[in-house]
Design a protein around this ligand. Structure first.
Ligand SMILES: C[S@@+](CC[C@H](N)C(=O)[O-])C[C@H]1O[C@@H](n2cnc3c(N)ncnc32)[C@H](O)[C@@H]1O
Length: 323
């Protein structure tokens, strides 16, 4: 199956969309040429500059490695309406779709983590002020400074966003973990020269997020919102593959088996309505069982969050869809 992520197919789609005649394709097998032309058309016709856009946070469960697999599945749909991502986390798939110009009908990004969502909104609406606060953290960074920032919550939303990015880039493994009082409690990570303020990426993300609706919500809301022909991508906290592999606590309360089952109901309701639904999860018996009536494909991904080093490495993940 040809993939829309394959530059050849993406190039042809863009040529069609922008009314460019097929004779300019030249040699149909010249993938590089088509990719280059696709990129030129995106920049010149759409005024859509395709900067180096990628997640501005290092988020556990980030999907950058699984993007080819997910984009290949999405390429089975000719077009879709609004895009919803109810567990946005680092947002890797959103940026990939934005780069490919697939989000013309708009996007809604949500997550239950209010601090993460506040940070997204600040990057979208107030990126230069976040950058100036973050540069101060970058200039002052050391062991003592990290712990002094960790224990103070600033008053302004842009300073809170800069604090979240600073802690994310310098803490152990980019983890987001809070104690029962809602205080961030991850220790300093072991980085010799962490990239704390990547200005190009922050500005690129601000542009990519400029027309997205962003809010803090639990995933169930999407049942009320998504319409036939829309695309919903679910990337929930994964079902643990073993007792020691359980990292499900992105938020207070975690994401237990009941939540996985509730999510499967939401998935089925949307599928019945004619919404395109796609979901990532770990390849466990429970997940295979609750989604058995849908298409399931597998890919390997490297995961580093197991508490035991000997159990870190490549693990099988599933992508489940109704298309
Ligand atoms: C696996 S991460 C998402 C990874 C992300 N898609 C990426 O590419 O980086 C899971 C996310 O689900 C969020 N989450 C946990 N429970 C949730 C709920 N009930 N509703 C919405 N989001 C939830 C967490 O805050 C976390 O950001």
């Amino acid at each position: 199956m040809a993939s829309a992520w394959n530059p050849c197919v993406l190039g042809k789609r863009l040529f069609k969309k922008h009314g460019i005649v097929p004779s300019v394709y030249g040699n149909g097998g010249n993938i590089r040429g088509l990719a280059d032309m696709a990129s030129i058309i995106l920049r010149s016709v759409n005024n859509h500059p395709q900067p180096e856009v990628k997640p501005f946070l290092k988020w556990v469960g980030g999907k950058r490695q699984s993007l080819p697999h997910l984009m290949n599945i999405i390429s089975h749909i000719d077009s879709f309406g609004r895009y919803y991502e109810p567990f946005v986390g680092g947002g890797a798939l959103y940026y990939e779709l934005w780069k490919g110009d697939f989000l013309a009908s708009g996007a809604t990004l949500t997550d239950i983590n209010e601090k993460l969502i506040e940070c997204y909104i600040q990057i979208r609406d107030n990126v230069e002020n976040v950058i100036s606060q973050l540069l101060k953290h970058a200039n002052n960074h050391n062991n003592t400074y990290y712990y002094s920032v960790r224990c103070k919550i600033p008053r302004s939303p842009e300073a809170r966003a800069a604090r979240l990015i600073y802690l994310n880039k310098t803490c152990y493994n980019g983890l987001f973990r809070e104690n029962s009082r809602g205080e961030f409690n991850v220790p300093l990570g072991r980085y010799t020269n962490p990239c704390i303020c990547d200005i190009t990426t922050l500005r690129a993300c601000s542009l990519a997020l400029s027309s997205a609706h962003i809010s803090a919500k639990s995933f169930e809301y999407v049942v009320e919102m998504a319409q036939p022909g829309d695309l919903v991508y679910f990337d929930p906290p994964y079902q643990p593959t073993s007792r020691t592999a359980s990292f499900t606590s992105y938020s207070k309360g975690g994401f237990n088996e009941n939540c996985q089952r509730k999510l499967a109901e939401v998935f089925s309701t949307l599928a019945l309505r004619g919404v395109y639904v796609l979901l990532s999860n770990s390849d466990t018996p429970l997940v295979n069982n609750i989604y058995q009536s849908f298409r399931i494909s597998r890919t390997l991904a490297r995961r580093n969050i197991n508490s035991r080093c000997d159990l870190r490495g490549n693990t099988s993940e599933v992508a489940i869809s109704n298309f």
